[in-house]
Design a protein around this ligand. Structure first.
Ligand code: PLP
Length: 340
């Protein structure tokens, strides 16, 4: 099998404007830094002992924040870990999982490792899952909402309809939900087959700490708990997570800035003749007038601005550009004007 190829992380990162992996250009809450330092202590003595195996304090903090009992929450070493464990828990060798293409192709890699079969569904022009059956009999269906790399989120009523049509589990990958107008968390309480995954990598600026979670019925959480590494989150990540989740003012302010810049940047690109998908994430998918994404990618790369170009025929006409700070996006726009 082929492995998944993550977005490029240049070694000389400080000399780039890095807009290729939807990281957050703003720093995390100062309270996160303080919590990590406090956990570490002056001589790092806390590191001698294992962390909480259940990450209990994190489940309680997230439960309080989202309105769920902690038994409905599991923490993960990045949401990638919990996506992997969902497949391990629900799809045995030869069983089927499905997802929308284009979205996050890592689901396919994770499924292949388990010997599960993978089906993909396309998107219709009005942004619905093309040809989704009246009853989907596969074990898991992954819906990335907001969709990455394209940007739009699926409406709640439509997601609810999909939940009713899935015989197996509907996983709502809400990696980008904090940047969106709404989310589908309420469906977890309403449908026993709905699982929502979240991450602190994007909106909380903590991609480097590897923190994610799933919210689902306690039976599902118990199944996921059985198969995870028992010490899946290290001490510093646990301290960082609690502090980050408790600083909602910081989160709100950061998301507000990114949403404002997203609106401004999208309008400016449209004025240049680009097709820009309406985005609910911290990125936009934009295609230049000549539909040659590679050309603009190369021009930006020469100017040390890194964005994401996909060779996939459905995506190669455009670019996925993460929304950085207003200043980074002004420089990116100026470069795009120069490139033409
Ligand atoms: C749709 C989607 N799901 C999951 C992930 C993985 O996120 P994490 O950093 O929490 O593992 C990403 C990361 O880019 C993503 O775009």
């Amino acid at each position: 099998m082929k492995g998944y190829v993550p977005g490029y992380q240049p070694p000389d990162i400080a000399s780039w404007i890095k807009l290729n992996t939807n990281e957050n250009s703003y720093p995390p809450s100062p309270k996160v830094v303080a919590a990590i330092l406090a956990e570490l202590g002056p001589d790092g003595t806390s590191l001698r002992t294992y962390p909480s195996a259940s990450s209990q304090k994190l489940r309680e903090t997230a439960g309080e924040l989202y309105g769920f009992d902690p038994s409905w929450i599991i923490m993960a070493n990045g949401s990638d870990e919990v996506l992997n464990n969902l497949i391990r828990a629900f799809a045995a060798e030869g069983e089927e999982i499905a997802y929308v293409h284009p979205s996050y192709s890592y689901y396919a890699t994770l499924a292949e490792v388990q010997g599960a079969r993978v089906r993909t569904y396309g998107l219709t022009d009005d942004f619905r899952v093309a040809g989704f059956p009246e009853r989907y009999e596969g074990k898991l269906f992954f819906l990335t909402t907001p969709n990455a790399p394209l940007g739009p989120a699926f409406p709640l009523v439509y997601i609810e309809e999909l939940a009713q049509r899935c015989a197996g589990v509907l996983v709502l990958d809400e990696t980008y939900a904090d940047f969106a107008d709404s989310n589908a968390l309420e469906l977890v309480k309403k449908y026993e087959n709905v699982v929502v995954t979240r991450t602190l990598s994007k909106s909380y600026s903590l991609a480097g700490m590897r923190l994610g979670m799933a919210i689902a019925r306690p039976e599902v959480i118990a199944a996921l708990d059985k198969i995870r590494d028992h010490y899946n989150l290290d001490r510093l990540a646990q301290a960082a997570c609690v502090a980050a989740l408790l600083d909602q003012d910081h989160l709100r302010e950061c998301c507000r800035k990114i949403r404002d810049t997203r609106r401004w940047f999208s309008e400016e690109l449209r004025a240049l003749g680009y097709d820009v998908m309406p985005s609910q994430g911290n990125y936009v998918f934009a295609a230049p007038p000549d539909q040659n994404g590679q050309r603009v990618y190369d021009g930006l790369y020469e100017r040390r601005i890194l964005v994401r170009h996909f060779s996939d025929p459905l995506l190669c006409h455009g670019l996925r550009i993460s929304i950085g700070t207003q200043e980074e996006m002004e420089r990116t726009l100026a470069a795009m004007k120069e490139i033409g």
